[in-house]
Design a protein around this ligand. Structure first.
Ligand SMILES: [Zn+2]
Ligand SMILES: [Zn+2]
Length: 427
């Protein structure tokens, strides 16, 4: 099957590509890039307006499979990813049971095969995510994992974490850390501050995040190893990471669109769909996160796609943390950062496609002749409203519900196949 993407604005900073051109894919690879219009089995006309970038990659999602497939499974999670323009995701191991053995890693890889995109499981730092005994990283690496994490249930024992960072590094893996001191959290459900006081609910003090961010960086520095900090949400963590990078410590980090878009004012509605961990914080934090993303302190945008059923989210105070995000990430980034002139297209590709793959040591998606055809083709100007019921994810707990966004993924191409296309009715 030969597909001609005609008159698309191709943007791939690694190839120095930023122009309107024709791209032909055939037999799974990019066969031609240039001005000629060659015959093809299918022609998609970009009208000089549609933008083609290397397929997006989200290095932090939760697909709840095995164990909680009423919230999401690998197939529905991948459907959400494809709709969002992602050709690859790395999913966190806090499933039931947690991914801590080669057998469970194989379960994810096997089920992912039919999705048409790359779904790569993380494995746990500690067996059963119990924070007691380290997993066998060598065996897990052989099973195909590229990173480990106890996301959702942080490792409390610092010495255990230090050994994990050191041993994963020796095995060519990386630890990604959910920085949260649960003793400081102490039952808190939203950011600790004016809003938590107004609502009369227990707050999550920012020190819970900052102290563990500092701890992980200190531990990584002590053994000269790499570490990756998950979902940065505070100005304090931003400052700590910026200083560490300046000092040459091998730290990378990520944030999610909700942290550079919203503040804890959203919680005044007492709607659990706005609750996640770490929580939405203040304008000072939001601004710091946005600045850090633009100046390179924050390396990538992730979604922390965390599906929960409407029933799970029905009670504001007792609902579990987490929001879905795969289907809105690109559109929110375009709306908030690209269309406002703050972020270039090249930078967007860097934080949503290049850097996450680099951090995990995965092959990059590239727009060049001979490369596997791995693309996200979007309309930067298409305006749409986020209607949760229309999302592909099995769960609808979107923090962007009702939001009017500008820019939308139209085609996701993975291994040369169109694995998703937006239907003409926009659904
Ligand atoms: Zn987390
Ligand atoms: Zn997470």
């Amino acid at each position: 099957m030969r597909i001609l993407f005609k008159n698309v604005h191709a943007a791939d900073p690694l190839q120095g590509l930023d122009c309107v051109t024709n791209i032909i894919t055939e037999n799974g690879v990019i066969a031609y890039i240039g001005s000629e219009e060659k015959p093809a089995d299918r022609v998609i006309d970009g009208g000089g307006r549609l933008i083609a970038v290397p397929g997006l990659f989200d290095m932090h999602v939760h697909f709840r499979d095995p164990g909680q497939t009423q919230k999401e499974d690998i197939i529905t999670g991948a459907a959400a990813a494809k709709a969002g323009g992602f050709t690859g995701v790395a999913c966190m191991p806090n499933t039931k049971p947690p991914i801590d053995s080669p057998e469970l890693v194989k379960y994810v890889f096997d089920k992912a095969e039919e999705t048409g995109i790359r779904v790569i499981p993380y494995a746990c730092v500690t067996k059963g995510m119990e924070g007691k005994e380290l997993c066998d990283y060598e065996k897990l690496k052989k099973a195909g994992i590229v990173a480990i994490s106890d996301d959702g249930r942080p490792v409390k024992n610092a010495e255990l974490m230090r050994r994990a960072i050191e041993m994963t590094n020796q095995n060519g893996l990386i630890v990604t850390s959910h920085c949260e001191d649960l003793d400081i959290i102490n039952g808190g459900i939203i950011n600790r501050g004016e809003v938590s006081e107004k609502l009369g609910v227990r707050g999550m003090d920012r020190a819970s995040e900052d102290s563990i961010t500092a701890r992980e960086i200190t531990l990584a520095a002590s053994c000269g190893a790499r570490v990756h900090i998950c979902h940065v949400s505070t100005y304090g963590s931003v400052d700590i990471i910026r200083a560490a990078k300046r000092d040459g410590i091998r730290v990378t980090c990520e944030t999610a669109p909700h942290y550079f878009t919203y503040t804890d004012d959203k919680l005044l509605a007492r709607d659990a769909d706005y609750r996640m961990s770490p929580p939405l914080r203040t304008e000072k934090d939001r601004k710091a996160v946005e600045e850090a993303l633009l100046d390179g302190t924050i390396d990538c945008i992730i979604t922390d796609h965390a599906p929960h059923t409407a029933e799970d989210k029905s009670d504001f105070e007792t609902a579990p943390n987490g929001v879905v995000g795969l289907e809105t990430s690109l559109a929110v980034t375009l709306t908030r950062l690209y269309h406002t002139g703050k972020m270039s297209l090249a930078k967007l590709v860097e934080v949503m496609s290049v850097n996450p793959r680099k951090i995990l040591g995965l092959p990059l998606a590239e727009i060049k002749v001979g490369s596997e055809a791995d693309l996200c083709i979007f309309d930067p100007d298409l305006e749409w409203t986020v209607i949760p019921e229309k999302l592909h994810s099995r769960s609808k707990n979107s923090v962007f519900k009702g939001e009017r966004l500008k820019g939308r993924n139209l085609y996701t191409v993975c291994r040369g196949k169109i694995v998703y296309e937006l239907d003409p009715k926009g659904e």
